[in-house]
Each structure stands twice: as structure tokens, then as C-alpha cells.
Design a protein around this ligand. Structure first.
Ligand SMILES: [Zn+2]
Length: 148
């Protein structure tokens, strides 16, 4: 059985909301997604939040070139040795300082310690709703549609 999960993460990998902010997020999401099961994940270390089978490829956000998966995996292994606390690296495509979190993941992916999971969402979250979430959280967010 396949599962689709709408995940929302901060664009800042080490972002962690306060308890009162989480309460406000819960109230807001229970209002706009009343039926869906929502799970709030908090981890000690930064984790890579992937889109499951929605993963197609990765492009360099600086030059637009496709990033070879083996090259990316090597950078991921290096970053993982430091529990993803250091995500910067030099691109082999354009020899520039870059960050694993800034790459163009198709479908979207990212790094986070705090993840909002909305399971089997019946609909997409609108840009206005994402903006409202950003206002509550006080940080920009990224939307990830994960399929497993
Ligand atoms: Zn590049």
C-alpha cells in the first residue's frame, strides 16, 4: 500500500519551534486539514527529508546543471559525518560554494529537525496557508510531497 505525505519544513535546517508555537500550528492545521492525520516530528539532529518515490533528480541551484547522484551521495556522506550540521560544499559543476539544502531537488526535499507531516492529504496546501504557517512559525517554509 502506498502512502502520500505532505511534509512542511523550515528552510532553516536547525529551526525548532517553541511549545506555544507548536500549539498554534496544531490549532491552525486542525482547522484547515480537519480529517487528515497530522504528525509533528522533532529530532535532535538535522535529518534529510526526502520525497520518497517522488524523487527524480537534483539540479545545481547556481548553474542549473544536473548533479550526478554519486557526486551528491559523496557530499551527503561527508555532511552526515557531522550529523548534517555542516551542509556547505563546493560544486563540481561550477566550482562554487554551495549548500546541500539550497540545491534544486525535484521533487522538493530538504533538511530539518522539525517536520510537519500531513498524511494522505485530500488536497494541496495553498500559498496563502503556507504564508499563514510562516507567520506563526516566524520562518520561511518548504513544502515536500513525499510518496512511499
Ligand atoms: Zn553548478
Amino acid at each position: 500500500m502506498s502512502v502520500t505525505v505532505l511534509k512542511i519544513i523550515s528552510i532553516k535546517p536547525d529551526f525548532m519551534p517553541t511549545q506555544s508555537v507548536v500549539k498554534q500550528i496544531e490549532v491552525y492545521l486542525n482547522n484547515i486539514f480537519p480529517i487528515e492525520k497530522k504528525v509533528y516530528e522533532f529530532t535532535d539532529d538535522i535529518e534529510f527529508i526526502d520525497p520518497g518515490s517522488n524523487f527524480e533528480k537534483i539540479n545545481c541551484n547556481l548553474c542549473g546543471k544536473n548533479i550526478d547522484i554519486d557526486t551528491w551521495q559523496e557530499e551527503m556522506d561527508t555532511a552526515f559525518e557531522k550529523d548534517f550540521s555542516e551542509l556547505s560544499f563546493t560544486t563540481s559543476c561550477c566550482q562554487r560554494e554551495n549548500n546541500l539544502n539550497d540545491l534544486e531537488y525535484l521533487g522538493p526535499a530538504g533538511f530539518a529537525k522539525f517536520v510537519i507531516n500531513i498524511a494522505d492529504s485530500k488536497r494541496d496546501i495553498s500559498n496563502d496557508e503556507l504564508t499563514a504557517l510562516e507567520q506563526i512559525l516566524g520562518v520561511k517554509v518548504r513544502k515536500i510531497w513525499a510518496h512511499y
